[in-house]
Design a protein around this ligand. Structure first.
Ligand code: 13P
Ligand code: SF4
Length: 357
């Protein structure tokens, strides 16, 4: 496999994680549903939620005429919406992407502290230093990076397109400098045969899925299909019947004739899968534990910051909750983002990839 793990970049060993909502706080938050729905309507706001937000937030997106999707779809839908006020329930890079693509729209987030461990693993200074070290490589940044990193990248890509893009770059005989997820980097190298210089970052949620424990769960459910997000470790991906983005996992579960699935991605995706496949058995893939405690329990702690209480607060008083991206960064970052959206549109329509990409 033409994979080279790069060295010399700063990767945090641990992360300061926000506290999860207690069951009591969650119950209180659920009671705010009608108020949040009325406010979204009154402000004519478009709520775009990721599948990893809690089920109340996803239900709110559904009932308010908003949108739930993976990171690629969120970017596309935010750009194409005719609403001038967009609320992104997700993590900061998703809000920044919406703002980069729609600078004239107001983009709010319930909590601007909603980080992503992958984003935190890749500082722009390290990225620029590595670009200089591998000057002949095409830089491909995962969408889970800051606007500053995106502005320095040749391409942006989400998990739903990563292998296809690597294959395309391989066909152009280009080497790839990939940031920041080590597992997705290794996955694309293996599946595209492109030469990948891979950043050693990790998603704390997906990195915790564990193949030995998964083998036990499979033994108890021998007919189950294993569905895995490519941010999971290689040993877990190797056991998968299907590997894909959140939307692709949902789609697979819907279309598959199997009736049992073991799913290795953030557990809030179960809300949509249960809705789409009410008669199928859904099992959470097991996660590694540290001193008897799971690290994230397959819950993204930063996605968990998206409460209805905060959403109501920011709709009433947006000051301090709006996403801004410096114009010089935005004009650079929109180029690789636009390239990704055009690449994705060509793949979807079955057309040839435009020559000017
Ligand atoms: P998707 O592109 O599948 O939505 O993934 C985003 C993400 O943050 C996964 O952890
Ligand atoms: Fe980032 Fe992982 Fe959370 Fe996705 S699940 S937002 S990759 S920390």
């Amino acid at each position: 496999m033409p994979l080279h793990m790069i060295e010399g970049v700063t990767i945090p060993v641990d992360f300061k994680l926000p506290d999860a909502m207690t069951p009591e706080q969650k119950r209180e938050d659920d009671k705010l549903f009608d108020e949040a729905l009325a406010l979204l309507k009154e402000k004519n706001a478009f709520l775009i939620a990721h599948y990893y937000t809690n089920d109340t937030m996803q239900r709110l997106a559904e009932e308010s005429g908003g949108f739930i999707g993976d990171s690629l779809e969120m970017a596309r839908v935010g750009r194409d919406s005719d609403k001038n006020l967009i609320v992104v329930a997700g993590v900061r890079f998703m809000g920044e992407t919406a703002k980069i693509l729609s600078p004239h729209k107001q983009v709010l987030m319930p909590d601007l502290e909603a980080e992503c461990s992958l984003d935190l693993c890749c500082s722009v200074d390290d990225f620029v230093a590595m670009k200089n070290k591998y000057p002949n490589a095409t830089t491909v940044a995962y969408a889970n990076t800051s606007a500053k990193v995106k502005a320095k990248a040749d391409w942006i890509v989400t998990s739903s397109l990563a292998v296809e893009l690597a294959e395309y770059l391989k066909s152009r005989k280009e080497e790839i400098l990939w940031v920041p997820d080590r597992h997705l980097g290794s996955y694309i190298a293996k599946n595209s045969e492109a030469m990948v210089h891979c950043w050693p970052g990790r998603c704390i949620v997906h990195d915790a899925f564990e193949s030995n424990a998964l083998a036990f769960v499979l033994k108890e459910n021998p007919n189950a299909k294993i569905l895995v997000h490519p941010e999971a470790p290689e040993s877990v991906v190797a056991m998968a019947d299907f590997v894909g983005s959140t939307s692709q996992i949902l789609d697979y579960a819907k279309k598959s004739s199997s009736d049992t699935f073991i799913i290795a991605t953030e557990r809030n995706i179960f809300y949509k899968i249960k809705q789409a496949c009410p008669d199928k058995k859904l099992i959470e893939a097991p996660v590694a534990s540290l001193n008897g405690h799971c690290i994230s329990c397959a819950n993204c702690p930063w996605m968990g910051l998206n409460s209805l209480a905060k959403l109501i607060k920011i709709l009433k008083d947006p000051k301090g909750h709006e996403i801004f991206v410096d114009e010089d960064i935005r004009v650079d970052a929109i180029k690789p983002l636009d390239r990704m959206l055009r690449f994705s549109a060509a793949l979807k329509s079955g057309n040839e990839i435009p020559k000017d990409l």
